[in-house]
Design a protein around this ligand. Structure first.
Ligand code: COA
Length: 153
């Protein structure tokens, strides 16, 4: 139930993975495996956590850099701590990092039904640039569109 102010944003380490995975498995219909997070750390992606002084993880983000593009691969906040500004802090930090690296654009994809996330991205200045139809697996064997969004830095 953490608010944003008592948390520190810092690089993710392997010691954070249990907390990261616990969040991922609660918030995603098709969660990343532990291996995907390990690969992200090993490949030098910008992996961050929002954590308290005791090491408890409340949110995380994963960004892959490809040439001058930053791709937001994953971002999530613990369900009990959503709506308190943690997601916005993570998003601001990663876009500032991308700008500092002279990236031209931050790209992401989001489920078309994920209104909270789409609202957060729009508030941060992201625009919709396309739609991948029936891209994500959805409950009851259905599919959900992916909205492609970009923030030009
Ligand atoms: C999307 C997510 C990361 C946002 O994190 P959060 O900490 O809850 O968001 P914040 O409290 O920082 O809110 C940021 C903005 O998001 C939007 N938002 C967040 N929760 C919202 C809600 N319940 N209703 C409406 N808008 C909401 C608002 O625009 C908000 O800004 P505002 O408070 O100035 O209105 C979080 O909801 C989450 O983990 N969701 C599940 C995983 C997920 O969908 N990840 C994104 C995949 S692309």
């Amino acid at each position: 139930m953490a608010g944003s102010s008592g948390l520190t944003l810092r690089p993710m380490t392997s010691a954070d993975l249990p907390g990261v995975l616990a969040i991922e498995r609660q918030v995603q219909f098709a969660p990343w495996s532990e291996k995907l997070f390990v690969d992200g750390l090993e490949r030098g992606h910008d992996c961050r956590v929002a954590a308290d002084d005791g090491g408890a993880v409340y949110g995380f983000s994963v960004v892959q850099y490809i040439l001058d593009e930053a791709h937001l691969l994953n971002i999530a906040v613990d369900p009990g701590s959503q709506g308190k500004g943690i997601g916005r802090r993570l998003l601001t930090a990663l876009t500032e990092e991308a700008a500092g690296k002279s990236s031209s654009t931050v790209f992401l994809e989001v489920r078309s039904g994920n209104a909270n996330a789409i609202r957060m991205y729009q508030m941060a200045g992201f625009n919709e640039i396309g739609l991948r139809k029936n891209y994500y697996p959805a409950p009851q064997g259905g599919k959900e569109h992916a909205v492609m969004m970009a923030l030009v830095l």
